[in-house]
Design a protein around this ligand. Structure first.
Ligand code: SF4
Length: 376
């Protein structure tokens, strides 16, 4: 079982908080597409003929590709690797790009799941984030997707922004659930170095992110969505039963994946590699039949730490037996020993062979994981 991630490195405009790799100039789009298809050909053996169960178009903004470009990518992938007949094929899209014609072309090209970057249904938030869409488009795109037969939908929402009081955060969640959206990815705003947001905070044009507000909104969200029947299956992800993201779930379970395009990461069980995050250099290298990447071979300890970090964020938690089988007895004993203080604090529970974060523990997930893996 394996997955494919495709990074489309273009956006209409830069959202204030974003530090992903993208360019707002589309000048290199044709060159990028040729390079991407060449990369598929050069790296088709990376997955060693494994069945591909998930394909994910992310970015950047995949919905900036036109129908013919999406078709070329899908045809090239289908010719190069074994994509299962029932594979989950997700396409990230922005509300302002969603039209009936585009939805129909995505469907024809085999896309069967949409992940839409809504972020908020409120004008003040969208303007503050410098999103390219408005609140009307945020709403309308969901109806259009449903009419086109896309019911496997996910939307992204952001909380903890200075423009979003608790009351509006709850309204965003109410709106999403009333629109029958079966999967929500909800992220606390983070301030990344080098972003417009970091510069605005430095110049005192916008307030610092308030971690108490974020913690409160996280708990409000968890309570509200769980009461509506959503599984809180990963810290930032909620799904109605049977509607989890198969692609992200396979990342978290340690499955192999290949990442194609500038800045994309790949993992084959023993090493991790990442492509250069520069569109022009990526294109030039592929013209010369070379994939520009760096690679790290993971040590046993690094693999254990990654396992703890990712599994602890999930509803199923960290499996003590699996830790024993894969990483050895000392690793599992250390894990159990050092989890005790978090269990005593009420941040973690041991449920049979699994260590699972409690509702409050989820607020400190990264800190808990790093304490566990530093000691493991
Ligand atoms: S559209 Fe997405 S990738 Fe592009 S700048 Fe905004 S958040 Fe970043």
């Amino acid at each position: 079982m394996a997955g494919i991630y495709i990074h489309i490195p273009f956006c209409k405009q830069a959202c204030s908080y974003c530090n992903f790799h993208f360019s707002t100039s589309l000048k290199l789009k044709n060159g990028f597409l040729d390079a991407l298809l060449k990369e598929v050909d050069l790296r088709k053996d990376y997955l060693e003929n494994a069945n591909v169960e998930t394909v994910y178009f992310g970015g950047g903004t995949p919905s900036l590709l036109d129908a013919g470009e999406v078709a070329r990518v899908m045809e090239t992938l289908n010719a190069a690797v074994n994509i299962s007949a029932d594979a989950e094929i997700t396409f990230e899209s922005n509300p302002d790009d969603i039209t009936t014609a585009r939805l129909s072309s995505w469907k024809q090209n085999g896309i069967n799941r949409l992940s839409i970057g809504i972020q908020s249904f409120f004008k003040a938030d969208l303007e503050w984030m410098n999103r390219a869409h408005n609140e009307t488009q945020a709403l309308d795109c969901i109806g259009l997707a449903h009419e086109a037969g896309f019911h496997n939908l996910s939307i992204d929402l952001i909380y903890g922004t200075p423009t979003l009081p608790d009351e509006n955060w709850l309204k965003n969640l109410e709106k999403a659930t009333s629109l029958n959206i079966p999967h929500l990815s909800c992220y606390a705003l983070t301030v990344e170095t080098g972003t417009a947001l970091a510069a605005m905070i430095k110049k005192h044009k916008t307030p610092q992110v308030n971690s108490d507000d974020q913690a409160r909104q996280f708990l409000l969200m968890a309570d509200y969505l769980e009461a509506k029947g959503y599984e809180h299956y990963e810290i930032s992800n909620f799904a109605l039963p049977g509607m989890r993201s198969r692609h992200n779930s396979s990342y978290w379970s340690g499955a192999k994946y290949i990442g194609l395009g500038p800045s994309a990461h790949s993992f084959n069980g023993t090493s991790r590699q990442w492509n250069i995050a520069n569109n022009a250099l990526y294109i030039d290298a592929l013209k010369n039949n070379r994939v520009p990447f760096e690679q790290e071979i993971l040590s046993g300890n690094q693999r254990l730490n990654e396992y703890i970090m990712t599994s602890l964020r999930t509803m199923e938690g960290t499996d003590i037996k699996k830790t024993n089988q894969v990483f050895g007895r000392a690793a599992s004993e250390n894990l159990v020993k050092h989890s005790k203080k978090f269990i005593e604090r009420g941040w973690m529970q041991q449920l049979s062979d699994r260590l699972v974060l409690t509702r409050e523990g989820k607020l400190f997930a990264d800190g808990i994981a790093s304490e566990l893996f530093e000691l493991a």
